[in-house]
Design a protein around this ligand. Structure first.
Ligand code: SF4
Length: 476
């Protein structure tokens, strides 16, 4: 498969531009059309079709593809990747600046787009989708035009979902494996003695055999090919397949990257993205519109304001690009709605993420001496559940859209329960493997009772995260 991708680059290139075309049509045309009426359906109104394509199919199933195939989407299909690389081929070719290398961008960009998307109701309105997705695409083009020569600096450093994709692809059962020994052999400069002997007493003639250097690989996300170990930064484009006779797409254990590489490669920004991003801000973003607590708090504050003749927070004159404003659809946010939305998502992030982090820290402490790196390592065991949460939240939009089309899925909640149980078991399995990995580094090994004690707070953290989805799908 890797070889096919490399040798059929022209086919991939055409496919990429086809995706760009479809993406542009689905993004731009609905924003120019009147909003669909209540009878509009995906098969008779482009706006409904685009809504379904972006939020019902594209987002949830791109997340699934990360876990199955790594970042194949990024390397082969993503329209922003194609556009930023194209712009970089024709742009200024500046070096990647220091500010862009800051490790916090994946967290900040994910949180920023998630929260802003909620403020403007990105899932419901095409103008908001054009602003959020189109804004990101324009930024990708500008960054591509300015920085690097034909590379994807945007994807590697700034894309709002780069961090999430990098985390999920750690679970993929395949990666481009680099065989260091084969690479070394391919670079070897050999010296062979000539087969025939020279005259006695004269030096043996030596024939130097130098292999021609393999042509450089055009790795768009700028991976350090020789030392690449995991799949998180690789876009699975196949361009390096067979390079130096040492790189090939291969199967691997889906635990390998989290358990073995995470011990040294897990960072605090990844922990923030898992704990406060995917298990905090994202939960708040999916919760607020369904939460009776949100409504109760809003009513209490509105009553309090009216009793004191303070009316400006109840005005709904914010522009649509700041807060949702569609009077014809009876959908307008007041300033109070906007402020509460931000406060609710922020509080959710602190509560869900804070408790999860505290339980992780307790698990690390029970497993042995405190180590911050171990905390970041163990946080990676939450990736399956964190990823599934975002999938469930997005697939709820899929189901709502399907309902609008007259398709009902009565088994949805049973499937959600099964998926939550499976993802929780997967996370627990990873945590157990991580703790066992620590034992190998720390003689004498932990007693089994101590291992269990370390896993107990982790299991509580899983139950705590599961309960967030319990509120959304069962208890509210
Ligand atoms: S390492 Fe680079 S060139 Fe190789 S498959 Fe990944 S993205 Fe493509």
């Amino acid at each position: 498969m890797g070889e096919w991708l490399r040798t059929h680059a022209h086919v991939v290139r055409r496919l990429q531009w086809l995706v760009v075309l479809v993406y542009a049509v689905l993004l731009v045309v609905p924003a120019l059309l009147p909003l669909p009426g209540p009878t509009a359906r995906a098969w008779n109104h482009l706006t409904v079709l685009a809504e379904f394509a972006f939020w019902g199919l594209w987002w949830p199933f791109v997340l699934v593809s990360m876990v199955l195939f790594g970042r194949l989407w990024c390397g082969v299909l993503c329209p922003e990747g194609t556009l930023t690389e194209w712009a970089a081929r024709h742009g200024r070719g500046l070096g990647v600046p220091r500010w862009m290398r800051w490790g916090g961008w994946p967290f900040v960009a994910f949180v920023g787009t998630t929260v802003y998307g909620q403020m403007v109701s990105v899932y419901q309105y095409p103008k908001a989708a054009l602003l959020v997705l189109g804004g990101s695409t324009v930024a990708a083009l500008v960054v591509g035009y300015l920085y690097t020569r034909g590379k994807r600096a945007w994807c590697r450093y700034l894309c709002p979902v780069n961090g999430v994709f990098a985390l999920l692809s750690k679970l993929a059962p395949m990666h481009y494996r680099v065989d260091d020994e084969a690479w070394r052999r391919s670079l070897q400069t050999g010296a062979e003695a000539a087969a025939h002997a020279g005259p006695a007493g004269t030096p043996q003639p030596i024939r130097i055999v130098r292999r021609a250097a393999a042509p450089a690989v055009d790795c768009a996300p700028m991976q350090p090919l020789r030392h690449m170990q995991g799949a998180s930064g690789c876009h699975m484009c196949g361009r390096c397949s067979g390079h130096q006779g040492a790189i090939a797409l291969q199967w691997r254990s889906p635990t390998h990257e989290v358990v073995h590489l995470g011990a040294t490669e897990a960072t605090h920004w990844q922990t923030w993205l898992i704990v406060f991003g995917l298990l905090g801000v994202a939960i708040g973003a999916f919760h607020w519109s369904a939460s009776p607590w949100f409504v109760a708090i809003k009513q209490a504050i509105a009553t309090w304001l009216v009793e004191r003749d303070i009316y400006w927070p109840l005005a709904d004159d914010a522009p649509w690009w700041l807060l949702t404003h569609y009077p014809d659809q009876n959908d307008v946010f007041t300033w109070l709605d906007g402020a509460l939305l931000l406060a609710y998502i922020g509080a959710s992030a602190l509560v869900w993420g804070g408790v999860t982090l505290a339980l992780l820290a307790l698990a690390v402490r029970l497993a042995g001496p405190w180590s911050r790196q171990r905390l970041h390592h163990l946080a990676q065991a939450l990736i399956p559940l964190a990823g599934l949460g975002v999938f469930l939240g997005l697939s709820a939009i899929t189901l709502t859209l399907l309902r609008g089309e007259g398709v009902f899925v009565p088994w949805a909640n049973a499937a959600r329960l099964a998926l939550l149980a499976a993802a929780s078991a997967w996370s627990l399995w990873l945590a157990a493997a991580i703790v066992r990995h620590w034992q190998g580094q720390q003689p004498p090994p932990l007693a089994p009772a101590r291992t269990l004690a370390a896993l107990l707070p982790f299991a509580l953290a899983l139950a705590w995260v599961d309960s967030a989805w319990g509120w959304l799908f069962w208890w509210w």
